[in-house]
Design a protein around this ligand. Structure first.
Ligand code: FE2
Length: 677
């Protein structure tokens, strides 16, 4: 049990007001007024003895008060007869009327209810939360992982399904928390009144918000100020399904790219290929995230419950250090205004290790020189691999040119650092956490995942269309080989097993094994990986016509049929081009007989059209992930279960010993997943 002093320290580190016990102050009678708390309530980052609680009490119309003093109550029952914590939290305009409250002195693995009440008795809705099991608790752990909720173009039916199923489980089998892997908001938005028929790529645009300040790039509106970023969170959290989910479980959030800027990195925006300094936007994005996400994260400054924004200017960053981090010009101040990578034990069986994959990332290498015409999405893997290594390629003697498609092209990595998203400091921290953890399963919450997607375009039959100009594999998505090798080599040498990467960002479901490289280079998987489909953001199958036109000679590698009813692209990645092309003339089972085992020895499941969530069960002996896939959430489902399921598929891995490779066993529990296996 932590001492009160320890609690006070952890509350300060989390930027939260702290309370123990029930105190004696008179409490105004609670009367629910959801209109005054329009973003609902939330809880986050559960520990065995405490959890962060959150709400936003917005000013009533015409009310000019500078603050509200809220009473926070935590009870063992939803009717608040047995209140175990009572405290006060003040909200002001400084935090956009949000508050973070650390409820301490709680019991482990226990269900609690909480609510906020102002001085007049105007109350928030009641939230439910759960503390973490204590470190020695060997009971199975269950949680879901989600990402990519673009509420401007879709509905959060996945959360409704998650709630419906969890309410029907026995208490011992219910979820402990929701791991949110980012793209909680989409900062790039199209306004419906500016778009033809109010649509964007076939989706109905919701008039959720307009930026009070804002910037515009092509059809897209972008946030510029703190007021802009706050506007998105406020609007998103009025969604009833997202709000119900936050009121039912503690969330454990990290950000991906869209919490700051679509193609941004560090404190730099990239728009149309052009770099723009965005230090003030990075600070604003971090502050809004901190105000709206109840996470135990470190920010600078002495103030207990307020984000103290460093003064930065949007000054161009022209010099980079040897790792590709921008020097001077406030880049470090902006990035360091919030540190979200963190780790915590959750019971005996799991350690959660969460990384920030965007703030310390270096600039993307430009692979366009090895992207041949006529093959949408694909570049040459062999040359991309060299570019990724940067100036460390070929033992520190990188080739000045790359031979590809019968010509020599300049090597864009020749004077660049190796591609990295973690940066040296975070990478060292991650390696240390993975190495010292005593938990049998190390769950690495990784916003975008490590699994490479590639195929064997060199095997295309004659006469179909363009010929692949290389001899190796065609890469659609992958990279960071050198960085992954640095991490995985240590795990292998120390005999660390039980690595399970869980990821989002890809707007698609993937199950496989993570390895720093793939054949014909060294293939030595050190862990399992699961990527969840998006809550609502569009996947490749849906937006594919923008990438490959219906009259394209290689259309059958991407889709089969007039209306994309068969996502052949899944088979292109899983089984190779011969199997994908066979889908035009035969069944999925027959097509799979043409499987090329060299293409994707690391992949077990691919669905580039799936939405939903992943459900993880962790026991001492095995870890299992269930993909719960729903149809494209064009509109909010009217039914209590959130609408129909497309499929439910499980992948289980038993614990493996040092020196062994993990193995995934697949079960299709319900629905049709034949084009993904
Ligand atoms: Fe996303």
């Amino acid at each position: 049990m932590l001492t009160r002093r320890k609690f006070a320290q952890s509350a300060a580190a989390a930027g939260a007001v702290l309370a123990f016990g029930t105190g004696s102050a008179a409490v105004p009678a609670w009367r629910e007024r959801r209109d005054l708390y329009p973003q609902g309530v939330a809880s986050g980052d559960p520990a065995p003895d405490s959890v962060l609680l959150w709400t936003r009490r917005q000013p009533s119309g015409g009310d000019t008060r500078a603050s509200y003093l809220l009473t926070v109550e935590v009870a063992r029952d939803p009717t608040f007869h047995d209140v175990v914590v009572r405290g006060k939290a003040e909200v002001t305009a400084d935090t956009d009327w949000t508050c973070r409250f650390l409820a301490a002195g709680l019991k482990p693995a226990t269900e609690y209810w909480y609510r906020f009440t102002d001085g007049e008795g105007n109350g928030s809705r009641v939230g439910r939360t759960l503390t973490a099991p204590r470190e020695g608790d060997a009971r199975p752990v269950r949680f879901t992982f989600v990402s990519c909720q673009d509420m401007s173009i879709g509905a959060a039916n996945a959360y409704r399904r998650m709630i419906y199923e969890d309410e029907r489980r026995p208490r011992a089998e219910q979820l402990g928390f929701v791991l949110h892997l980012g793209d909680f908001i989409y900062e790039v938005v199209n306004y419906p009144d500016e778009m033809p028929e109010g649509q964007y790529r076939g989706r109905r645009l919701r008039p959720l918000f307009k930026y009070p300040d804002g910037d515009k790039f092509r059809d897209y509106h972008l946030p510029v100020t703190l007021a802009d970023y706050r506007t998105v969170y406020r609007a998103y959290l009025t969604d009833p399904d997202l709000q119900d989910a936050r009121a039912r479980w503690p969330f454990v959030p990290v950000w991906d790219n869209h919490e700051f800027s679509w193609q941004g990195y560090q404190s730099i925006q990239v728009l149309g290929g052009e770099q723009r300094p965005a230090q003030t936007k990075k600070v604003a994005a971090n502050q809004a995230w901190w105000e709206f996400q109840p996470a135990r994260v470190a920010r600078p400054g002495a103030h207990r419950d307020r984000f103290e924004a460093p003064a930065v200017k949007d000054t161009p960053i022209t010099q980079f250090d040897e790792n590709g981090f921008g020097l001077g010009a406030d880049n470090a101040s902006a990035v360091d205004s919030l540190t979200i990578y963190r780790a915590f034990r959750y019971g005996r069986n799991a350690e959660l290790i969460l990384t920030d994959n965007r703030s310390y990332k270096n600039a993307d290498a430009d692979g366009s020189a090895v992207a041949p015409d006529g093959f949408p999405m694909f570049i040459d893997e062999d040359t991309a691999r060299v570019i990724d290594d940067g100036r460390a390629a070929n033992g520190g003697k990188p080739p000045a040119t790359l031979r590809f498609a019968g010509r020599d092209v300049p090597n864009p990595g020749v004077d660049q650092p190796m591609q990295s998203y973690l940066g040296p400091k975070q990478r060292a921290w991650l390696i240390e956490r993975l190495s010292v953890s005593q938990a049998p399963w190390k769950v690495w919450g990784h916003s975008f995942g490590t699994l490479a997607w590639r195929t064997d375009l060199a095997n295309l039959p004659e006469g179909l269309g363009p010929r692949w100009p290389g001899t190796g594999f065609a890469l659609a998505n992958g990279g960071y080989y050198a960085e992954h090798a640095m991490i995985y080599d240590v795990l292998r040498s120390k005999g660390v097993t039980g690595l399970a990467v869980v990821a989002g960002d890809k707007h698609s479901f993937w199950a496989g094994l993570t390895s720093a490289d793939l054949p014909p280079r060294a293939y030595d998987p050190v862990g399992v990986e699961f990527v969840t489909g998006s809550i609502s953001a569009q996947g490749l199958v849906e937006i594919g016509d923008r990438i490959v036109k219906p009259d394209h000679a290689l259309r059958a590698l991407y889709y089969t049929g007039e209306h994309r009813e068969i996502p052949a692209i899944n088979y292109t990645m899983l089984h190779g081009v011969r199997a994908a092309l066979a889908l035009s003339r035969t069944s999925a089972a027959e097509a799979r007989k043409l499987h090329n085992p060299a293409v994707a020895p690391h992949l077990k499941f691919v669905d580039l059209g799936g939405h939903g969530y992943g459900l993880v069960t962790v026991t001492a002996d095995w870890l299992e992930t269930e993909f719960v896939c729903i149809p494209v959430p064009f509109e909010r489902s009217e039914s209590a279960d959130g609408g129909p399921l497309r499929y439910r598929v499980r992948h289980r891995v038993n614990r493996w010993k040092a020196g062994e490779q993990p193995k995934l066993a697949q079960t299709v529990v319900e629905g049709n997943a034949e084009y993904s296996i």
